[in-house]
Design a binder for this molecule. Structure first.
Ligand code: NAD
Length: 342
């Protein structure tokens, strides 16, 4: 049997252990996995594009375990009553190839995206950062805010979204958790004086939600919404002034903010900072950009954390996913009316 965490149990797990505790656990797992970068098989994700969205498969393996995630990105979905991003995924045992763990990953993706943002900010943000501007307050936003609190202790948030209802929703969700929320009338107003800027908007175009003149020295930018060919959020002039960090360069060149600049534009893969091969931020004035697109190793880490933290509990269901004939060469016997399955 394959173990399964579906939506109901994912919700129970998160309610029981708490978003921040899970994000912290994932930060540790990501730190260890990015620190052993060379152990992984890495390819840019496989993307199937349509005029209104994308469906992607994200595989990786460390030679012992294999994982994949199925994820979509459809910026026009909320207007039609659907979410922009949904996902599910699996872990398999490389030894026999059997899937051992399957999970819903819409919520898990929000947690892992917040966890990698948080880990990067912990390495690259100024340790004295006290405020964050959030441009875009949709599905990912609360998770991103909780991640930044886990990383840097930030509780002062200025937010801007083109949708006033999304900002009210964010305030309603976050104020009871101890955050001070200031709703702003423009991105300019939100960004003024912020130590960290998170952009998490969804638009299937080369958008500019953050302009060069808005970015002060010393800011850490966590750019998560530009994650597809033809879909960006930052003014490319910001990249020229900043040190740019990416997950997996080969994939980010296709999908990230750096699709706007020359192919030889210098970037640093984040694992190099984790492994001590790159110093990360070198001054309080440096502008650092995490050009996040989402990479398979983060999903691998998230699946492992979810499996471990829900192990040996009623949060996992055993599902009948893999046909298991008594004789491994006699699959056909399962179809006979005399088979014990009938
Ligand atoms: P969502 O649709 O729920 O929220 C996006 C929000 O952005 C909406 O509230 C929308 O009104 C707002 N918005 C759009 N254009 C704006 C603008 N110009 N200025 C201000 N606000 C604007 O989407 P989500 O699930 O929160 O995802 C946000 C983005 O993050 C998407 O683009 C998604 O593809 C991306 N994403 C990236 C990763 C990653 O690993 N990097 C992971 C998950 C999602």
């Amino acid at each position: 049997m394959t173990q399964f965490v579906g939506v109901r149990n994912m919700v129970r797990w998160i309610q029981h252990d708490g978003v921040e505790a899970i994000i912290r656990e994932m930060m540790g797992e990501l730190d260890r996995d990015f620190g052993r970068w060379q152990s992984f098989e890495k390819i840019p994700r496989l993307a199937s594009h349509s005029p209104i969205g994308v469906i992607e498969l994200m595989p990786t393996s460390d030679g012992e375990q294999y994982s994949f995630k199925y994820v979509n990105g459809h910026p026009s979905n909320p207007a039609r009553g659907f979410q922009t991003v949904t996902a599910f995924g699996a872990l398999a045992d490389v030894d026999n190839g059997y899937p051992v763990f399957v999970a819903e990953m819409t919520l898990l993706t929000a947690l892992r995206t917040a966890a990698i943002s948080a880990l990067v900010a912990k390495y690259l943000g100024r340790p004295d950062s006290r405020s964050m501007a959030m441009i875009g307050s949709g599905s990912q936003a609360e998770f991103q805010a909780l991640g930044m609190r886990a990383a840097l202790g930030i509780e002062n948030l200025t937010i801007y979204d083109v949708d006033p209802n999304a900002m009210e929703k964010f305030r309603r969700n976050m104020e009871p958790l101890g955050f001070t929320i200031t709703i702003c009338g423009s991105a300019d107003e939100a960004i003024l004086g912020a130590d960290v800027v998170t952009t998490c908007t969804a638009d299937k175009q080369l958008a500019t939600v953050l302009h060069d003149h808005q970015v002060a020295p010393g800011v850490h930018i966590n750019a998560i919404g530009g994650d597809c060919p033809g879909k960006t959020e930052l003014d490319s002039a910001i990249l020229d002034r900043a040190s740019v960090f990416v997950e997996f360069e080969e994939q980010t060149r296709i999908e990230g903010e750096i699709q706007q600049v020359a192919a030889d534009f210098p970037v640093t893969e984040f694992w190099e900072v984790v492994a001590g091969k790159h110093p990360g931020r070198t001054s309080a004035e440096e502008i650092t950009v995490f050009d996040s697109v989402g990479f398979a190793i983060s999903d691998f880490a998230a699946l492992k954390v979810c499996r471990r933290m829900t192990d040996d509990s009623d949060l996992q269901d055993a599902i009948d996913l893999i046909a298991n004939p008594d004789d491994p060469k006699d699959l056909f016997a399962m179809t006979l009316v005399s088979s014990p399955v009938h």
